[in-house]
Design a protein around this ligand. Structure first.
Ligand code: GLN
Length: 511
């Protein structure tokens, strides 16, 4: 895996040319993507011509600070003129007419966008098996999953198909695949990076963040992604930290919290050993280890799967085949139901037109031709896991169950946040395994959603609390697969987790 800073030096010194450099990535995609399936769209011609344009700027000395970065983009982030499928049939034909803010920021600094990365449908999943493009595979062993939902973004970096990539993390979808594929993945603090142009899953959790082959490149990417954006009301106007400085603080003696709750039942013995070896090595270098408690950890999965599904059921309501998304075949509905196409068209006009009251009244009857169209479009458009989430989310928000589930989960979320606030009074960062096991085999957890959800046990709390987290390679399991270690940091303290991650990388022989 390339190191961005040294590639930039070589480009500046004229020792390499960006068109050749990008060409090597395209070659790797051609060679490996038929098996790894990390990239779902690449336009060779466009990539080569963009590379030539950026190379000219490098020659003129006018290139931006990310010239040399070759970036894969998770297929949930809008890129103008590109299909944004979210790995869903319902969006199979959707082409974005604008760029997400993160894309604008990368382009402004002359990063080269190489292709769109595979993912779980609407970012729901932990294995990248829920995808209309077929599963992505783990480059370390292609019988295994790369993790999810940003499986393609992690696998693409690990396989050398791009130098860095963008993913999204709602409950661990950057950190868990980073851990499974042996790369670095960072979830910023909620609101640190603009969500404008990120297709929404659970809006109070969703974060965009980078994958890279090393911690310094991660810092460099975050430096340019972070910051206030007037297009995203929830984005923070706090000043952006100096992340590149943070990765140089190799002598800083960090106070590292070690939570009991993250080393209990369900954790693979060897993963535990590898993570503990790393923690001991950090202590030997001067870090202070502080035992801490995060007592509400055990409620994390239940809380997340109530709140995130509730938000998803609301966010995904927009894919109705009328305003957005795949529309079921009118002709077929007409045949099946014996309805007039005209009647359906009339319903649509009413629903999107001025007479809202009439539309609402008709919709309340729940069996208009339009409702049938919605049902059929959504039945055809969404996959099984997405439907499961919509059903769960609708249930926990329904009148009779709202207090018992949704309202209660909101309270537990607050308690989990408080656990972290208390801990960060005493420590700089919190350490844990990123996931309880290494990658699992394709198909292994497909029929057992609860087992799949348990994968997120160590990553989910950071999203519930809105804090930042990073996964860094920590070693290799005897099964030959990578193991990641996670550092979680207080809100807007990305510097702390980057310092801890860089120190860990150095202890593992990183350059
Ligand atoms: N695996 C989790 C889920 O399926 C997390 C997904 C994510 O972070 N996008 O919800």
């Amino acid at each position: 895996m390339d190191n961005l800073l040294s590639v930039q030096e070589q480009l500046k010194a004229g020792k390499t040319d960006l068109t050749d450099h990008a060409g090597r990535y395209l070659d790797t995609i051609n060679e490996k993507n038929p098996t790894v399936n990390a990239i779902v769209h690449v336009d060779d011609e466009q990539v080569r011509s963009q590379a030539a344009t950026i190379q000219k700027k490098i020659d003129d000395g006018t290139a931006g600070r990310l010239a040399g970065a070759v970036v894969g983009v998770k297929d949930v982030i809008c890129e103008k003129g590109k299909k944004v499928t979210c790995s869903s049939h319902i969006l199979h034909n959707f082409e974005s007419v604008y760029n997400a803010t993160v894309i604008e920021r990368l382009l402004k600094e002359d990063a080269l966008l190489i292709g769109r990365c595979n993912m779980d449908e609407f970012a729901m999943g932990s294995s990248n098996e829920n995808s209309i493009h077929g599963p992505a595979r783990n480059p370390a062993n292609t019988e295994y999953v790369p993790g999810g939902s940003s499986g393609g973004s992690a696998a693409a970096v690990a396989a050398g198909m791009c130098s860095v990539s963008l993913g999204s993390d709602t409950g661990g979808s950057i950190r868990q695949p980073a851990s499974y594929c042996g790369v670095v993945g960072l979830k910023p603090t909620y609101s640190r990076v603009s969500r404008y142009g990120l297709v929404a899953f659970a809006s109070s959790f969703d974060c965009i963040g980078p994958f890279s082959g090393n911690v310094t490149d991660t810092a460099l990417m975050l430096q340019h992604l972070a910051g206030y954006d007037s297009m995203d009301n929830s984005s923070s106007d706090k000043p952006v930290g100096n992340y590149l400085e943070a990765v140089r603080q190799n002598d800083r003696k960090l106070k590292i919290g070690v939570p009991d709750e993250y080393f209990g039942d369900g954790l693979d013995d060897e993963v535990r050993q590898i993570v503990e070896t790393n923690i001991k090595a950090l202590e030997k270098e001067g870090a202070e280890l502080v035992p801490i408690r995060l007592p509400h950890t055990k409620y994390g999965i239940a809380t997340y799967y109530i709140l995130a599904t509730a938000e998803a059921s609301s966010n995904l309501a927009r894919y109705d085949g009328v305003r957005y998304g795949h529309r079921a075949d009118f002709k077929k509905i007409e045949e099946e139901l014996g309805l007039e196409v005209k009647a359906i068209e009339q319903e649509i006009k009413i629903a999107v037109g001025a007479d809202k009251e009439e539309a609402i009244e008709r919709l309340a009857r729940l069996d208009t031709p339009l409702i049938r169209l919605y049902k059929k479009s959504r039945t055809e458009g969404f996959g099984t896991e997405v439907k499961r989430r919509i059903m769960l989310g609708t249930y926990v928000l329904s009148a009779g169950y709202y207090d018992a589930y949704y309202a209660k989960a909101q309270k537990v979320r607050r308690l989990i946040k408080q656990d972290f606030e208390n801990a960060f009074d005493k420590v700089d960062v919190i350490v844990s395994p990123t996931a309880p096991t290494t990658a699992f085999k394709l198909g292994e957890n497909q029929d057992d959603p609860v087992q799949m959800y348990l994968n997120d046990v160590y990553t989910i709390s950071a999203n519930l609390a809105g804090i930042c987290g990073i996964s860094v390679p920590a070693g290799t399991h005897s099964n030959g697969l990578p193991v990641g270690i996670q550092f979680m940091g207080n809100a807007f303290r990305e510097e702390d987790i980057l310092t801890a991650a860089r120190q860990t990388e150095l202890l593992n022989g990183g350059s």
